[in-house]
Design a protein around this ligand. Structure first.
Ligand code: PDD
Length: 281
């Protein structure tokens, strides 16, 4: 199956796709992105991802981009590549202009997409759970905009890997739990699913919202509220949610084992429900 790129309307092999060095995404991190997964030959929750892409572009006052064109390009790329299970990145920058901080008056947004096969989460992680560390959230104040400025996230992920953990959960100075480096975080406490409310400090995850809907259908109470690192350590269950992460059970946070250290029933149930929804389109 070919790994392909879409570059401003043209589809070509990934390794042949290049962008000019004065692209503002490269110079300033002035670009936004989305990541969409496909299951059984169908892309999952495209509309939600495109709506968030539009929201990110609006928040940064990007030049107008036709979502219809992006949607058409996305379908063309997906169909040409022919993967059943794929990951597609859509990345849009403010455009190419001589390097200067102010927004250029007349730049044209650059649209890039890539598609590759997507590996399943290893069974061992789903069965035994993963471990995370916590780190101070040192990102900017608009984490609700999905920009490509991911250096703090990349540094935190690397720190986690270096510490022998799977990932890192960001926590504020005052001990409020935010989210993972590329996922949202949930705890189960006394049968209630608790997750950070939608504020500028976290990404409004598409999977987060699907999980909240599934909880409602299964009569699992949800509280969107701030919760502390002490609640995280003392939770009955902890899991991360995201397009690549799906529902990932966490059985150790820093030096604390979560409950009995085994994958909990809520994480298992929500993982199965998410997969079912994804695979049935
Ligand atoms: N990341 N929080 C952050 C910081 C993220 O980067 C992501 C997604 C999420 C979960 O959002 P969603 O459920 O819509 O995927 C939360 C994508 C997968 C990425 O960076 O590739």
């Amino acid at each position: 199956m070919p790994e392909l790129a879409y570059l401003n309307g043209k589809i070509l092999p990934i390794e042949e796709a290049t962008v000019p060095i004065e692209d503002r995404g490269y110079q300033f991190g002035d670009a936004v992105y989305e990541f969409i997964a496909s299951y059984s030959g169908r892309m999952f929750r495209v509309n939600e991802h495109l709506a968030r892409l539009q929201r990110s572009m609006d928040a940064l006052e990007f030049p107008k981009v036709s979502l219809k064109e992006i949607e058409a390009g996305l379908s063309e790329l997906f169909n040409q590549a022919g993967f059943d299970r794929a990951g597609i990145y859509i990345q849009i920058s403010r455009g190419v202009a001589p390097r200067n901080h102010p927004f250029p008056a007349d730049s044209k947004a650059q649209v890039v997409m890539t598609i590759r096969g997507l590996n399943e989460i290893p069974d061992e992680i789903l069965e035994k759970g993963a471990t995370v560390i916590t780190l101070k959230d040192f990102r900017w104040g608009r984490c609700d905009i999905k920009t490509v400025q991911l250096l703090p996230n990349a540094m935190a992920k690397q720190k986690a890997l270096d510490a022998g953990a799977y990932d890192c959960i960001f926590v504020t100075d005052r001990g409020i739990v935010r989210e993972g480096t590329s996922s949202n975080a949930f705890i189960i406490s006394g049968g209630v699913a608790v997750t950070h409310p939608l504020t500028p400090n976290i990404l409004p995850g598409v999977t987060r919202s699907i999980i909240i809907d599934i909880c409602a259908r299964k009569d699992i109470a949800v509280e969107e509220r701030f919760y502390s690192i002490d609640e995280l350590y003392a939770a009955d269950e902890v899991f991360l949610t995201g397009t690549t992460t799906e529902v990932m059970p966490i059985v150790r946070v820093d030096s604390y084992q979560i409950a009995d250290g085994r994958v909990g029933q809520y994480a298992k149930l929500l993982y199965r429900a998410l997969r079912q929804e994804a695979e049935s389109g």
